[in-house]
Design a protein around this ligand. Structure first.
Ligand SMILES: [Zn+2]
Ligand SMILES: [Zn+2]
Length: 137
């Protein structure tokens, strides 16, 4: 567990603004997940980064809703505008959807996971590592 970042915080929100939070600058990569769940909840695939859930500072949870997945995880989203916001794995691991961040993230996409479950209507055309399952990404 790392100490809270001393630097400036990034802002994040859903599309309608009903959910707003701040987070310290993440230092890890962004991972694209092509699994069935991310396909359904995002409409395509998700891109997220790991962050301890306790590092989030909530400014508004007015429209925050949670969906318990069959696998024991929880997905946070806005019940008004539908934005996907975060994912809490069954083991407590937590990640934030990169697209929820306002302005530059300073992050880079580093890998694709669950590529075996991606939709058949596109090809992954970058040279980043691809993992059929969750792998080690
Ligand atoms: Zn919203
Ligand atoms: Zn996924």
């Amino acid at each position: 567990m790392s100490a809270p970042a001393a630097g400036p915080m990034l802002g994040a929100s859903c599309l309608c603004g009903g959910v707003r939070f701040r987070l310290p600058q993440p230092d890890g990569p962004v991972t694209a997940c092509h699994c069935r769940q991310c396909r359904k909840t995002s409409g395509h695939y998700s891109a997220s980064f790991d962050l301890p859930e306790a590092a989030l500072i909530w400014d508004s949870r007015e429209t925050l809703a949670e969906y318990a997945t069959p696998g024991g995880a929880t997905r946070g989203f806005c019940r008004r505008c539908g934005s996907s916001l975060w994912f809490r794995a069954a083991d407590g691991g937590f990640c934030v959807e990169a697209g929820a961040v306002e302005g530059p993230t300073g992050l880079r996409l580093a890998a694709h996971i669950w590529t075996g479950a991606r939709g058949d209507y596109y090809r992954i055309s970058d040279a980043l590592p691809q993992h059929e399952g969750p792998g080690d990404a």
